[in-house]
Design a protein around this ligand. Sequence first.
Ligand SMILES: [Zn+2]
Length: 76
Amino acid sequence: LDIVEISRYVWYALIGGLVVSILVTTAKAFGVFEARGGTAGNVVTVAVECASCGWTGEVPRLRRRCPMCGDTNFTT
Ligand SMILES: [Zn+2]
């Protein structure tokens, strides 16, 4: 195990750490960790059916309101 081989392993470790940090930064940029934490819950939609006009579609989970008639009475 000479100095050249040791320095090569050190180089590999540095590159590996760099790649991991880039992946973590990219994942944070795309909100991977925030989505798990629930801070992005205001953009989560749920499939519902309006009890008043029969419209079916997706509405924000935290603010259910029919885009057709404005009612908040859903069957699902
Ligand atoms: Zn409706």
